[in-house]
Ligand binder design. Sequence first.
Ligand code: HEC
Length: 126
Amino acid sequence: MKKIISVISVLLMFLIAACSAGTKAEPTPTPDPFVVKGRQVFNARCATCHALEPNTTIIGPSLAGVATRAETRVPGLSADEYIQISILRPGDYVVEGYNNVMITNFSKELTSEDMNALVAFLLTLK
Ligand code: HEC
């Protein structure tokens, strides 16, 4: 009898181990961690003025679709370049209908890693 109980308990332990291993290894679709970081920077620094829903003005324009728009905003500038200039020197190209009130010290406040992640995130907003 004692033997049976110990066999059962060993089996149970295997079962529990197998189950918990199963939940641990469950594949979740993982977005690019760099873009995820960029989104966090956006939430912390930019979301007070910029919505991500289309046609929603907070203080600045919605950034929905900004990656597509940025390609044609300024002739000769790529989307990447336009977005970087918009963040680092917002006064260079002011969006029609808005005032030039965007904070201008991001070049000092953001680390280059944060900046690159932020641009990577914004470039996903097609
Ligand atoms: C104090 C409010 C404010 C904050 C904070 C702010 N912005 Fe802006 N932003 C604006 C305003 C107003 C405009 C429109 C005028 C202009 O072009 O400068 C703008 C314009 C832009 C544009 C150009 C959009 C287009 O359609 O051409 C981009 C890109 C942008 N902001 C990105 C950012 C990012 C990224 C951050 C965070 C690092 C940020 N902004 C933080 C107010 C803000």
